[in-house]
Design a protein around this ligand. Structure first.
Ligand code: S3P
Length: 175
């Protein structure tokens, strides 16, 4: 069975929904950022601060190379994985890509609850979100399925994904 890979901007709920989905489908769960942090022994924010974004992106690609060989796994990615076509190709080969979407305003509300995103640690995070969304939107839109999370709880997003997967013939039996 293929992996189920959640992509999307920061604050769209990839990690929370990934965990819920894994529990519902009784499959293993992997969060790419968490794996990078475990390997480095540092938080994502510390890696950005001490070693820079380029180094972080190299670590991210190396973890994706590893994880994209898995099967049957729910994978949550960081919002920037789509910037590398190679990352996307590898994830797509063995996985069904699901993009979680949200508006800039909703993303701002959700991400301002925690100060753990180095790219949004700037004077005008809303402007930064709009700029990055413009750069990345069409890359997220290459996913097999898209879910608008603006008005949904993580549980409802999970339900929606299960419906889409079932309609697409990717899930057999009850879950
Ligand atoms: C990033 C998103 C973050 C993390 C890093 C860079 C991005 O992950 O990988 O701060 O470039 O959008 P989340 O999307 O889980 O916040």
């Amino acid at each position: 069975m293929k992996n189920i890979v959640l992509i999307g901007f920061m604050g769209t709920g990839k990690t929370t929904v990934g965990r819920l989905l894994a529990a519902r489908l009784r499959r293993p769960f992997i969060d790419i950022d968490k794996k990078i942090e475990t390997i480095a022994g540092l938080s994502v924010a510390q890696i950005f601060e001490m070693q820079g974004e380029t180094f972080f992106r190299q670590q991210e690609s190396s973890v994706i190379t590893q994880v994209s060989r898995y099967t049957n796994t729910i994978i949550s990615t960081g919002g920037g994985v789509v910037l590398s076509p190679d990352n996307l190709n590898k994830l797509r080969k063995n996985g069904i890509l699901i993009a979680l979407k949200a508006s800039a305003q909703v993303i701002l509300e959700r991400t301002s609850r925690r100060a753990n995103r180095p790219l949004l640690n700037c004077e005008n995070p809303y402007k930064q979100i709009v700029t990055l969304l413009q750069e990345r939107e069409q890359l997220y839109d290459t996913a097999d399925f898209k879910v608008d999370t603006n008005a949904l709880t993580p549980q409802e997003v999970t339900d929606e994904i299960i419906i889409l997967l079932r309609q697409g013939g990717y899930l057999l039996g009850r879950s």
